[in-house]
Write a protein that binds this ligand. Structure first.
Ligand SMILES: Nc1ncnc2c1ncn2[C@@H]1O[C@H](COP(=O)(O)OP(=O)(O)OP(=O)(O)O)[C@@H](O)[C@H]1O
Ligand SMILES: N[C@@H](CCO)C(=O)O
Length: 325
């Protein structure tokens, strides 16, 4: 029996960055860990408050995604020992499903000697998630610009500016991507399409060239945020005024409800911005948790150990102790 034990650390992500709906993603310094080894009988161990309610049998997403990798590679590994620990809140717009998919793809591939290329994993992840933005960021790290035609996804990865820092305000309620996508119109006007193409293009150019001052003009959107605003009380005001409180720009993170604002890391106005976000949400009766995060320049970090057959795992929690959990 294959006696590898694989541990994958995978970053969270923020999708869209305002105008780049289903196109732009940025990996963030918030993480999930997936551990996988071959077993005689499938066992799933899920750790962390964020994992409450996730199935612990073969219906789990991690197990199912791993089986897709084995099928693609033409090998059979029906029984797995899987552990997962995550600090990424579920269904809040920080790419929890993408991190689970990417963690499972990378772990399963490493378990069988990495026969599938990163590009193949990206194609599989995009098809599973239904859009390439979160999965691209989690898989490649940094800022990922991507396009998917339903069959093939292409991407370019940009290194994040070293001074870029993000404040996320995570409301204490969940909003599924499915529900937030249902709020979108089937059609938009040519005027709004041009508005978004120009902002999204400007944003990519600003991020690529390091012209951070352009972000506030570029991070505007008419494709999805106006339609989702009703689902997140306080969002419209935060997006309209964040720059007045020192933000380079602000957006709904992914499908929400998390809001994300960018600053230069040495900005003297970080506390002021944080209070503005929290106070605005509170006025709407919404409690929120804030986190200061950095863009994560790296994709998944893979560790492979040789496990003695039949021995217990050292324990994922033990292993990641000391890391930024
Ligand atoms: N470790 C996991 N194991 C199994 N399922 C998971 C795991 N992590 C996330 N999921 C599934 O993904 C769902 C959340 O996906 P959803 O796309 O709605 O939100 P998100 O990925 O957190 O946010 P967004 O896509 O807006 O950034 C969860 O309800 C759960 O079904
Ligand atoms: N681009 C996606 C990200 C969330 O999964 C959306 O906004 O619906």
């Amino acid at each position: 029996m294959n006696n590898r034990r694989v541990i994958v650390k995978v970053p969270a992500s923020t999708a869209n960055l305002g105008p780049g709906f289903d196109t732009l993603g940025m990996a963030l310094s918030l993480y999930a860990w997936v551990e996988m080894s071959v077993a005689e009988r499938t066992v799933l161990r899920l750790y962390g408050d964020e994992m409450t309610g996730i199935p612990e049998d073969k219906s789990n997403l991690i197990y199912k995604v791993a089986q897709l990798v084995f099928k693609e590679a033409g090998v059979q590994v029906p029984e797995l020992d899987i552990a997962m620990y995550s600090n990424i809140p579920l269904t809040r717009g920080l790419g929890s499903s993408a991190s689970a998919i990417v963690g499972a793809l990378v772990a399963a591939n490493a378990l069988i000697g990495s026969p599938l290329s990163d590009d193949k994993l990206f194609q599989m992840a995009t098809a599973l998630e239904g859009h390439p933005d979160n999965v691209g960021a989690s898989l490649f790290g940094g800022i990922v610009v991507s396009a998917w035609d339903g069959e093939r996804a292409d991407y370019v990865r940009l290194a994040p500016h070293e001074k870029l820092e993000a404040l996320v305000a995570i409301p204490a309620f969940q909003l599924s991507t499915e529900k937030a996508r249902h709020a979108l119109p089937k059609q938009i006007s040519m005027q709004d399409a041009v508005f978004n193409v120009s902002r999204s293009s400007l944003l990519v150019a600003a991020l690529a060239s390091g012209e951070l001052g352009l972000i506030k003009h570029a991070m505007r959107d008419r494709l999805h945020q106006p339609y989702r605003a009703a689902l997140i009380p306080g969002m419209a005001e935060i997006l309209a005024k964040a720059a007045d409180y020192g933000a380079l720009g602000a957006a709904l993170s992914g499908a929400g409800p998390t809001l994300i604002a960018f600053v230069e890391s040495d900005s003297p106005r970080k506390q002021e911005l944080e209070h503005f976000l929290l106070d605005t949400l509170k006025q709407e009766g919404i409690e929120a948790q804030t986190l200061w995060l950095k863009p994560c320049a790296e994709g998944p970090v893979v560790t492979i150990e040789q496990a003695e057959a039949g021995t217990e795992s050292l324990g994922l929690l033990e292993r990641i102790r000391g890391e930024a959990v």
